[in-house]
Design a protein around this ligand. Structure first.
Ligand code: ADP
Ligand code: MG
Ligand code: MG
Length: 906
């Protein structure tokens, strides 16, 4: 633990700096750094994340003892920096904010308190000094409300039951006959304060704390506590942020955006967080404080004139109306705007990344309160990385590392079919807050979104505005539609972070939570009705609009080219059909790592021939049925070879237990009996005889091919014949025949013998040869341990990490769901090992197998074809093992390509 626990910043100097995120949190580190590069920031100090951890270990009293002296002397330095006001001096009060700030940004998840230091006396001074009593009382009532909610625990647990302070505000407004907070005068706000304090007394049994220091310590501890609130815990879980990081606390002199009409507060991005366009943009409100802009209480205005015009066009607001009611900052405060514009440019150049900034203008003077690397959509991530590379702001490796592989998923999701869009009925228009195409059934409440989603409904969460409590509901929804709030609203920011389609600020829609209806362009829609959202245009359509596959083009394609330049591993795909193979090739797959032949047997009439084969009691009977299957298999393989012209195609021989193919219902069993000329009893008995106690460990994989060699024979023939046929057509074929579930080298030896003999027979018949390879899956622990022997026969290994994980842990994939979640909560497992490769255990076996295999056969080709082949951290691990390729489902190919390139760059 450091001996220094509190870091001062102010007046363009700082004890910390931008590199100290771990200790000072992102906010604190950046506040320090902004001072160091000469940006105006109100002075303050940061209490380290280590103190947060200490707080949870030793408790409040001990922690206060640990840092009291440091905090008091830091506060003196802040007083010196503001030159005049003193903390706790009612004659000349220094007011501060107490702000959370973790290592990773967690927008809105933890708590912040503004205007701390006010009491009945200080507020009078503030009113007199500023000559603006309304401002003073507004600040005071906000402070009591925030403090009451956060520190005194008066915020309602259940969001549907109302905040006691909001109830009072509502009543006072009603009595006065006004709708907006801004219509309340100083005397009304004074009345609010009286009632707020009474509510505090009633709720907590105590008076509102009047001394600044008591207020401060309470607030600091509450910010620490907010690290463990439900929202923050959920956010960390969704974003894999460890609980032991802790939050720092920033105490900072207040500046006031609510002081006058030459004051304002706002949020801005140095580039467009939705599309990535290189354009400064953001929103502000005159005479407002803190979260007003993002809370969606008043309609925020745009910062730049250009942005303002675009915004008005989207909202169908005329230029005259725009100028009169929603002018841009560029128009209302040109000087402040010019300064802000310089600062944003400086910040982006300094950080080499898109910045998300918070600022306040007090009586014309610009102050920066926060900067961070902005959250962005997958599309924006790709565009910004590529454009910054072209602009020379970052180098190629940095550009590659800027791509979060998982986020590419958003770009691979289907998009609306342009034809279907033309025909769709537009029922509302809002702001294109987060791109995407979403269709679902309307729900109005986050908890209901969860319930519906659990029943596998697709839902669109429709809210007047969202708050951090809605996080879970947003997470499960296909898309989010809000009536209020701009591009920087909570809904918009969180949706972009999640890569979720969002249309915000659709002011024309009318939501009635009680009736659970939404009125759009004169028509009423109920809960459960289908709508579609276009997050790129802000349009809302009636019903479900059809979608088509996305394409890899533009910036996305550029980034992929870059990935291929650095990668050391190929990315193949798992594909069972020519169509999947084509899709994957479009996404850049270089071959097929796993073609599962069994899926081919389920289509149409094929299953009949398959069942006939399975239920035959004699080899002869089986051969008759296999003869029917041969042409079907061959034509499938032909299609796949054609789609993968020039690349390797790994085809796995029949793998699943035969019981999966036979009919389980009486009616189908009867039909089968008739087809095969058997009695129903015979068929039922035959099906029954295939039942196994533990099919996953039963008669499957190469155990089938070794007990029924004629199956392997047919499949090998289909592969070799298809390859020859395609080669005759001018297609370059590289068949790789893969034997599943080998545990003992003899199993592979026998299978290889059958395959080779079959191939020779075909070559003889056709009078020509082709090259082919025989290899095996490594998915039984015994195979991994004896890989040196197996490599004597195998020309390639492909790790089947699904089975290998299953057998290494002894967890049945189909049953582990019951305890895996609990195991993660208990900390027994860090991840679900079926999702994220267990590098220590399963990975240990893999490492051993690669080493031993290559000792026997240095040119041994090694790949992976389990689900893990598309999971970034697992891909990185495969790189470190020196694998030749990873293979994953078609839609994960670009993700794996980036992950592989990043592994090489790192
Ligand atoms: P969050 O992490 O949720 O964004 P912040 O700590 O950034 O919370 O604060 C919430 C709001 O209050 C922001 O809009 C911020 O700009 C504003 N704010 C925080 N501290 C001050 C301050 N000292 N003066 C003026 N505004 C402040
Ligand atoms: Mg903030
Ligand atoms: Mg397997």
């Amino acid at each position: 633990m450091s001996t220094k626990n509190v870091y001062f910043f102010g007046n363009k100097a700082a004890e910390g700096n931008g590199k100290m995120r771990d200790l000072l949190g992102g906010k604190g580190a950046n506040l320090a750094e902004m001072n160091l590069i000469g940006i105006p920031v109100p002075p303050g100090f940061t209490i380290t994340t280590e103190i947060c951890n200490a707080y949870f270990q030793v408790g409040k009293d001990k922690v206060v003892d640990m840092i009291r002296n440091e905090v008091e002397s830091a506060m003196k330095r802040v007083e010196d920096a503001v030159n005049g006001p003193k903390f706790g001096d009612n004659k000349n009060p220094l007011l501060v904010s107490v702000r959370s700030g973790a290592r990773a940004s967690m927008p809105g998840m933890m708590d912040t308190i503004l205007n701390l230091g006010l009491n009945d006396d200080a507020v009078e001074t503030l009113a007199a000094k500023s000559g603006n009593p309304r401002f003073a009382w507004d600040s005071y009532r906000r402070f009591i409300q925030m403090y009451g909610d956060v520190v005194l625990g008066m915020k309602p647990e259940n969001k549907e039951s109302e905040d006691p302070f909001e109830v009072i505000i509502h009543q006072v407004k009603k009595n006065k006959g006004v709708v907006s907070d801004t219509e309340l005068e100083a005397s009304d706000l004074k009345e609010l304060v009286v009632q707020f304090k009474a509510a505090v007394k009633q709720n907590t049994g105590k008076d509102f704390p009047i001394t600044a220091w008591e207020q401060l310590w309470g607030a600091i501890m509450a910010v620490f506590d907010s690290w463990m609130n439900d929202r923050a815990i959920l956010y960390r879980k969704l974003n894999k942020i460890p609980a032991d990081w802790g939050t720092a606390v920033n105490v900072q002199a207040m500046v006031f955006g609510n002081m006058s009409n030459t004051s304002a507060t706002g949020v801005a991005f140095t580039r467009d967080a939705a599309t990535g366009e290189d354009i400064f943009n953001g929103e502000y409100l005159i005479n407002a404080q803190g979260e007003d802009v993002v809370a969606g209480i008043r309609t925020p205005q745009q910062i730049t004139l250009e942005g303002s015009r675009r915004w008005a066009a989207m909202q169908n607001i005329s230029e005259d109306d725009r100028k009169a009611k929603y002018p841009s900052l560029e128009e209302t405060m040109p000087e402040a705007f010019a300064e802000l514009n310089n600062i944003q440019e400086l910040l982006e150049n300094h950080n080499h990344d898109m910045q998300d900034i918070e600022f306040t203008i007090q009586e014309g003077k610009v102050w920066l309160l926060q900067t961070r690397n902005g959250k962005r959509t997958g599309a924006a991530m790709v565009r910004i990385a590529n454009e910054m590379l072209k602009q020379g702001m970052i180098d190629e490796k940095t550009a590659l590392l800027r791509i979060e592989p998982q986020k590419l998923d958003e770009l691979l999701h289907p998009v609306f079919d342009p034809k279907a869009i033309k025909a769709a009925k537009v029922v509302a228009k809002g702001l294109p807050a987060s791109p995407g195409a979403a269709s679902g059934q309307i729900v109005f409440f986050a908890d209901e979104a969860e319930e519906w989603a659990e029943k596998r409904h697709h839902v669109i969460l429709v809210r007047i505005e969202t708050s951090p409590e809605d996080l879970r509901g947003m997470h499960v929804a296909q898309g989010i539609l809000t009536a209020r709030g701009g591009m920087t609203s909570h809904a918009a920011v969180v949706a972009r972070g999640m890569g979720k389609c969002c249309v915000s600020g659709a002011g024309e829609i009318n939501i009635d939570y009680k009736a659970r209806t939404i009125e759009m362009r004169g028509k009423t829609y109920k809960e459960g009705d289908w709508i579609s959202l276009n997050g790129s245009t802000g349009e809302v359509y009636e019903g479900k609009v059809n979608t088509v596959d996305a394409l890899v083009s533009g910036d996305f394609a550029d980034v992929m080219v870059l990935a291929d330049k650095y990668t050391k591993m190929d990315v193949r795909t798992n594909a069972d059909t020519p169509n999947d193979a084509r899709v994957a090739r479009g996404f850049g797959a270089k071959g097929i790592g796993l073609c599962r032949t069994e899926h081919m047997f389920f289509e149409g009439d094929r299953i009949k021939a398959m069942r006939e084969m399975i239920l035959s009691k004699t080899e002869k009977g089986r051969r008759v049925a296999l003869q029917k299957l041969l042409p079907m298999q061959r034509s499938d393989f032909e299609g796949i070879f054609e789609a993968m012209d020039g690349y390797g195609v790994t085809i796995r021989l029949l793998d699943p237990p035969l019981h999966e193919f036979v009919p389980h219902q009486l009616a189908t069993q009867k039909e089968l009996a008739d087809d095969m000329g058997l009695t129903l009893d015979e068929v039922v008995a035959a099906c029954h005889s295939l039942e196994e106690f533990n099919p996953m460990l039963g008669h499957r994989g190469c155990r089938l091919g070794n007990t029924y060699p004629e199956i392997t024979e047919m499949q090998a023939r289909a592969i070799i014949e298809a390859a020859i046929n395609m080669q005759d057509k001018g297609i370059e074929v590289h068949p790789e025949i893969m034997v599943p579930l080998v545990g003992v080298v003899e199993e592979l030896k026998l299978q290889a013998k059958i395959i080779n003999e079959t191939a020779e027979a075909v070559f003889k018949e056709r009078g020509k040869r082709i090259a082919y390879k025989i290899g095996t899956m490594i998915e039984v622990p015994r195979a991994a341990v004896t890989a040196g022997r197996i490599a004597e026969i195998a020309e390639f290994f492909s790790f089947g990490t699904n089975d290998l994980t299953q057998m290494t842990y002894g967890y049945s994939r189909d049953d582990a769901g019951k305890f895996l979640k609990i195991y993660q909560d208990l900390g027994i497992l860090k991840n679900d090992p079926f999702e994220v490769l267990d590098q220590e255990g399963v990975g240990g076996l893999m490492k051993q197998a690669v080493t031993a295999g290559r000792q026997t056969k240095p040119e041994l080709k090694v790949g992976i074809c389990g689900e893990h082949g598309g999971e970034p951290s697992s891909v990185e691990f495969c790189h470190t093992l020196g694998m030749n390729y990873v293979s994953c489902s078609p839609y994960r190919v670009p993700i794996a390509r980036i992950a592989a390139a990043q592994a090489a760059v790192k």
